[in-house]
Design a protein around this ligand. Structure first.
Ligand code: FES
Length: 113
């Protein structure tokens, strides 16, 4: 059983994840926060991340949450993916703001005066 480092680029935090665990399980087992946790079964899409570097194995993911084009760009559901090397990822799901608190241009545009 191997263990890999997973880095969450949104906030620069990292944690260690066994190759027998999903990226989400590894984070949760350490009591860490970072990737939003929902159904844990690929059904809600809240744990959506984009893998920036590293390799992984994945189980079938709902097209309602990950399109073919997104999957080709490394977008995955963290509860359906296990690391096979060190991983760097960005949280991109609907709960992204829970991780990344910086104001983004799209947020600034939505503020009315
Ligand atoms: S936690 Fe619901 S899809 Fe991953």
């Amino acid at each position: 059983m191997a263990i890999h480092t997973v880095t969450i680029e949104n906030d620069g935090s990292s944690y260690r994840c066994y190759d027998s665990q999903s990226l989400l399980e590894g984070m949760e087992s350490l009591g860490k926060k970072g990737i939003p946790v929902g159904c844990r079964g690929g059904g809600c899409g809240v744990c959506k991340v984009q893998v920036v570097s590293g390799s992984y194995t994945k189980r079938v993911m709902s097209r309602a949450h990950i399109s073919e084009a997104e999957e080709a760009q490394g977008c995955v559901l963290a509860c359906r993916v296990r690391p096979t090397s060190a991983i760097a990822l960005q949280v991109i799901g609907p709960m992204k703001k829970n991780v990344c608190r910086a104001v983004e241009p799209s947020d600034a545009l939505s503020i009315s005066t």
